[in-house]
Unconditional design. Structure first.
Length: 293
């Protein structure tokens, strides 16, 4: 499998408080038709913190079954408990996922030595390709370029990173340190254009949940060097990139998905549905992007 392009960080649809398998399968089929280059179930946008372990594994299994090998499935398997991350990653491997996305441990605030030990333990437990997920805005801890490089060199299956730092010096510095074979994916829609100009290969995207075709076209343009086309698409999508984070994600993007009749906007506490001002901003941005009339 090739990991590149537009990869939606999938929302997890709910109905009556439970995972809505029917809506989730339809959502995946739509993404494949619209040209998404992969999917990430049970990442941050999939509300992994409030899914039970059984639900988490169920969502991975549904995604693998629904995709049926047509595009890569990168399963979210991270935790601030190393044992739990190993269990989830082993399950993803057994379920047939193509890779695992393992978030930097949150709340614990490990040192760089602790981060190295955590990711090496997960990588050593499986043969599955591993993407490190660095999102210090949520985890507090920020994994260093040097620790990432050490992991990539010492663990053959640590193949890449989802970088959600929005620090656009990092992809160039990481490439110079770790080499061009290390796969760098953006985790931040608003800076994905510049990220790819620095050597990135794609984006694990929130916006692609509701604008998959536009995001796929945008990514394809950057990867073939057509930055004029990419900039035009970026301008079309930028208000939506912004609107989807006016309140904590995935509240706004679930509301946006509901406007497209993809699923109900239901979200689990402690997150709540966005307020009316945010809803208006989301709707206006979708109209601007040409997703709604």
């Amino acid at each position: 499998m090739t990991f590149k392009g537009s990869i939606p960080a999938l929302i997890t649809p709910f109905k009556d408080g439970k995972v809505d398998e029917t809506a989730f399968r339809k959502l995946i089929e739509w993404h494949i038709r619209e040209g998404s280059d992969g999917v990430v179930p049970v990442g941050t946008t999939g509300e992994s913190p409030t899914l039970s372990h059984d639900e988490h594994k169920q969502v991975v299994e549904i995604a693998v079954d629904a995709v049926a090998g047509r595009i890569p499935v990168i399963a979210g398997t991270g935790s601030n408990s190393t044992d739990e991350a190993i269990d989830l990653t082993r399950h993803a491997e057994a379920a047939g996922a193509d890779a695992a996305l393992v978030v930097v441990p949150y709340y614990n605030k490990p040192t760089q030595d602790g981060l190295y030990g955590h990711f090496k333990a997960v990588a050593d437990a499986v043969k599955l390709p591993i993407f490190i997920y660095n999102v210090p805005g949520r985890t507090v801890t920020n994994i260093s370029l040097e620790t990432i490089d050490k992991l990539a060199r010492n663990c053959a299956n640590v193949v890449g990173i989802k970088d959600a730092t929005a620090d656009l010096t990092r992809p160039s510095r990481q490439r110079l340190m770790t080499g061009e074979d290390f796969i760098q994916l953006s985790g931040e829609d608003g800076t994905a254009l510049a990220f790819n100009a620095h050597g990135g290969r794609g984006c694990i995207s929130v916006t692609a949940n509701v604008a998959p075709r536009l995001c796929a076209e945008f990514q394809a343009a950057t990867l073939c060097g057509d930055f004029a086309k990419a900039l035009a698409l970026q301008d079309r999508l930028m208000p939506l990139h912004t609107a989807l984070f006016v309140e904590t994600s995935p509240g706004p993007v679930k509301y946006a998905a509901s406007l497209l009749d993809l699923c109900a906007p239901d979200i689990r506490l402690p997150l709540v549905l966005p307020g009316e001002a945010t809803k208006k901003q989301v709707r206006d941005a979708m109209v601007y992007a040409g997703l709604l009339n």
